[in-house]
Design a protein around this ligand. Structure first.
Ligand SMILES: Nc1ncnc2c1ncn2[C@@H]1O[C@H](COP(=O)(O)OP(=O)(O)O)[C@@H](O)[C@H]1O
Ligand SMILES: [Mg+2]
Length: 145
């Protein structure tokens, strides 16, 4: 990709309910290191929602070691800079795609991707040959967006 200005920072997490918390802490540290305080709150929110979805999509590790190799119980988050924007990606082992829903006023579910859709300047997903899928989003500086 043109305009990439930094190597990705990558965090691998076990698929636990606490993982969104660690994702929030991690992206905050990375963005502060890049002096992108303007994106910290947005990135924390988006990372939290994407990691939460990734954890939910991850099937618990099967008992046999052979099965565990094809069904890993971890999720992965990475961040890199692309010019003035920051790209945040979350991998999980499920091939099932994310689905943007239109939550009603009283719906508790279906808000995560809606938030991502509102906050990110672009987002999507792809399924790498190596397995699983990556949900990605592009975060642009507030003034640019
Ligand atoms: N990483 C993912 N893997 C598989 N399905 C996903 C993933 N992320 C989102 N989805 C699907 O998209 C739907 C909408 O996600 P979201 O808006 O975060 O709502 P919620 O998590 O409350 O269901 C989920 O219910 C799920 O069906
Ligand atoms: Mg969600």
């Amino acid at each position: 990709m043109t305009g990439v200005t930094a190597t990705a920072h990558c965090l691998e997490l076990s698929a636990f309910p606490t993982s969104p918390y660690y994702a929030r802490v991690y992206v905050q540290r990375v963005l502060e290191g890049w002096r992108r305080d303007d994106l910290v709150e947005t990135a924390r929110l988006v990372a939290s929602e994407l990691v939460s979805n990734a954890v939910k999509a991850t099937v618990p590790r099967p008992a046999s070691a052979a099965a565990a190799r094809t069904s890993p119980d971890h999720v992965r988050l990475d961040l890199y800079r692309a010019g003035e924007a920051v790209v945040l990606r979350v991998w999980d082992a499920s091939r099932t795609p994310p689905v943007l829903r239109s939550p009603g006023r009283d719906d508790e579910d279906g808000r995560g991707l809606h938030l991502v859709d509102l906050l990110a300047s672009d987002w999507g997903y792809h399924r790498p040959r190596s397995g699983g899928k990556i949900v990605w989003c592009v975060l642009a500086a507030p003034s640019a967006g």
